[in-house]
Design a protein around this ligand. Structure first.
Ligand SMILES: Cc1cc2nc3c(=O)[nH]c(=O)nc-3n(C[C@H](O)[C@H](O)[C@H](O)COP(=O)(O)OP(=O)(O)OC[C@H]3O[C@@H](n4cnc5c(N)ncnc54)[C@H](O)[C@@H]3O)c2cc1C
Length: 382
């Protein structure tokens, strides 16, 4: 067995850590406070080429393996999870189906500019009545000659208010449930496609999130992103593991940022004549946090390694997501205790980490859904 990163992965980790420290960390508070899409940082950061992280070099990507990708996801979330979420949407969920199924013309219009940061991408599943339960999707796609007509409203869409194009989950037959689902590409400027309400969120601020409305949106036949009709759920399975492990890696980014703030505070905050880090009960918190973060990273990077080696990773990805995001919530909670009242002040970072950590509990599947899913796989059809 070998638990070490390769030389290239170590080198990548150093570069991305330094880049995040220089470009993202100093802006994190402002991004959270303003809660607006950080265009200036977006332009500067996306010039560096990371948006093509997972795509082949022949089309301008970096061809990074899943382990390297997790290093990136962890580090950027350490800097600012609000910014990370927008960036990762362009890297992964917002572009994957365009890359996988888009025609050359679609790739030239959408994928390649998105890899350069010139276009913002998004992915829309969620609706008012359907979150975990995708089979309850009510957005419809009806064929009319050589066009599809899309009708419906999507909710909670990351980058939605600023997106140049969206991959949209819609059903071709409401009676088929999950078996009628497909992905469609809808581009900004298409009549009937418009942003709706923008959400005022607890955390992940700076990533703009909102409603997207599809009112008799006509798109050409080729905007169906799939080879076969009604196979959307099968196609979705292709990126589920990466999305889940990525969510765990983001959680470790937030946890590390909070942990580092906790350490600094424990070393300098004096109570009863000594730094609070001298008290056993405070030290124990660091021992517990460090242990659970180490365990989370082992789950994350071993699941990513399995993905890289094309080994089965469905259960491992769900475990990594669940354990790492729960650990993150514990760490940000402990750090707010260590910081005492100061953690309650929005002017300090622990409050932001505490708010941000909550989102990762839902993204990539809620833990109730993941436990049920894993249980079914582990027990089999009892
Ligand atoms: C900041 C943010 C950004 C987001 N970005 C996007 C995006 O870009 N695109 C997008 O499509 N969506 C996005 N979402 C939505 C996200 O994917 C959903 O929140 C998620 O799928 C869960 O759905 P829900 O919130 O409707 O919860 P529900 O599915 O309504 O679940 C509510 C509760 O019931 C539980 N529950 C549901 N079914 C079961 C069951 N069978 N057994 C046991 N418990 C169950 C859940 O675990 C949860 O605790 C975003 C959400 C947030 C907060």
């Amino acid at each position: 067995m070998n638990f070490a990163f390769t030389e290239e992965q170590e080198f990548f980790k150093k570069i991305i850590t330094d880049t995040v420290d220089k470009m993202v960390v100093p802006k994190a508070r402002e991004i959270d406070e303003k809660d607006e899409f950080p265009w200036e940082l977006w332009k500067d950061f996306t010039k560096l080429g990371y948006l093509g992280l997972r795509y082949p070099e022949e089309i301008g990507g970096m061809n990074a393996d899943p382990v390297t990708a997790m290093i990136f996801y962890e580090q950027i979330a350490r800097g600012s999870v609000g910014f990370a979420q927008s960036v990762i949407m362009n890297i992964l969920m917002g572009t994957y189906f365009v890359y996988r199924f888009g025609s050359q013309a679609i790739k030239e219009r959408c994928l390649f500019p998105a890899m350069r940061g010139e276009k913002v991408a998004t992915m829309c599943f969620t609706e008012d009545q359907s979150g975990s339960d995708l089979a309850a999707t009510r957005t419809t796609a009806v064929k009319d000659g050589s066009e599809w007509i899309i009708n419906g409203t999507k909710m909670w869409i990351t980058n939605g208010p600023v997106a140049d194009f969206a991959t949209v989950l819609a059903t071709t037959d409401l009676s088929l449930g999950a078996k009628g689902l497909n992905f469609f590409l809808v581009e900004k400027g298409t009549p009937g496609f418009s942003p709706g309400q923008v959400l005022d969120k607890l955390g992940c601020r700076g990533t703009v999130t909102g409603e997207l409305v599809f009112d008799n949106v006509r798109i050409p036949e080729e905007n169906l992103l799939g080879i076969e009709l009604n196979k959307g759920v099968e196609y979705l399975a292709e990126i589920l593991d990466e999305v889940r492990v990525m969510t765990g890696a983001m959680a470790m980014g937030i946890a590390q940022a909070a942990y580092d703030e906790g350490l600094e505070y424990a070393r300098k905050r004096i109570a009863f004549g000594k730094p609070i880090g001298n008290y056993q009960l405070i030290r124990a918190k660091f021992a517990d946090m460090a242990t659970e973060m180490e365990a989370s990273r082992l789950l994350i990077y071993s699941a990513a390694w399995k993905m890289k080696e094309k080994l089965p990773s469905r259960i491992e990805a769900a475990m990594a997501k669940m354990f790492a995001t729960e650990t993150c919530c514990k760490v940000v909670d402990e750090v707010t205790r260590i910081w005492g009242a100061n953690a309650f002040a929005n002017e300090y970072n622990p409050a932001r980490h505490f708010r941000d950590a909550r989102f990762l509990l839902y993204g990539g599947g809620t833990h109730e859904i993941l436990k049920d899913f894993m249980g079914r796989l582990l027990i089999g059809k009892a």
